[in-house]
Design a protein around this ligand. Sequence first.
Ligand SMILES: NC(=O)c1ccc[n+]([C@@H]2O[C@H](COP(=O)([O-])OP(=O)(O)OC[C@H]3O[C@@H](n4cnc5c(N)ncnc54)[C@H](O)[C@@H]3O)[C@@H](O)[C@H]2O)c1
Length: 280
Amino acid sequence: MIETICVIGAGTMGSGIAQVAAQSGCYTLLFDINSEVLEKAKIAIQKNLQYLVDKQKITAAEKEMIYSRIRFVNDTNDCVADVVIEAIVEKIAAKVGIFNQLAEVNHSKVIFATNTSSLSVSDIQAEIIHPERVVGMHFFNPAPLMKLVEVVKGNQTSDEAAQTIYDLCKQMNKVPVLCKDAPGFIVNRVARHYYLEAMKLVERGEASFENVDAIMEATGFKMGPFKLMDLIGMDINLAVSQSIYEAFDKAERFTPSPIQMDKVAKGDLGKKTGKGFYQY
Ligand SMILES: NC(=O)c1ccc[n+]([C@@H]2O[C@H](COP(=O)([O-])OP(=O)(O)OC[C@H]3O[C@@H](n4cnc5c(N)ncnc54)[C@H](O)[C@@H]3O)[C@@H](O)[C@H]2O)c1
């Protein structure tokens, strides 16, 4: 049973993962280098928990109890836990950097879980001091609602570390699925074309993004591809597109779209910046 979790990065994913950790009874630390993001995460978590109270899923006392289990920190020396889950930028060097930094302040059994959407777990662990304790733990957005977690073993991950993360998912009331360390794992590999083909339609003037969303939603998808990209964050989605494209030796079918590049260049990253394809 895991008791203390440290979540690194309090953005779209990190704040949701911290909420899930606290709801599962863990003492939770949430760290970000940006204090504004930490403040926003406090508000988001309070709001999400209040929503659960309003829906009578938890009591007001439970809400307070869950929230009191979270400590918002801005010093890496405070990031001491049984499991560290990183949800920072989708860049290998950044992930390696934070794990190696935290290895110095943590005990020798801490497990490093990465929420990467598309980077190779084997590539990340190759540069880490304790590679056998690095595991992919890929949550979906929004983390408090989405049940699935892809658990990924890199080629140096120990069975014990993978099992700990698998069991932790269950402790968090999630549904873990063991995946190979293949580009995009399962969901992001299959879903890539949901985004890329949709953008191709718009790029070629064959449909408006609003119509693509409306039609896909009418066929039963919960969200059209453009609304979903706004929720994910354009920068993250582009990074995932690029990483899968590179992993497949620049196969034409995975070519990132100029539309997503343009949005990232303009800073229209989606919900998190107030504007993406839609206004928020
Ligand atoms: N957005 C999604 O839908 C989604 C879904 C699943 C997985 N992911 C993955 O989760 C990770 C984070 O994505 P996100 O959408 O939450 O990003 P985000 O941009 O919303 O948040 C990232 C946060 O990390 C912080 N950060 C950057 N470098 C840091 C460091 N060295 N130490 C501490 N904090 C740092 C930033 O300040 C920012 O607040 C990525 O690897 C992404 O691929 C994203």
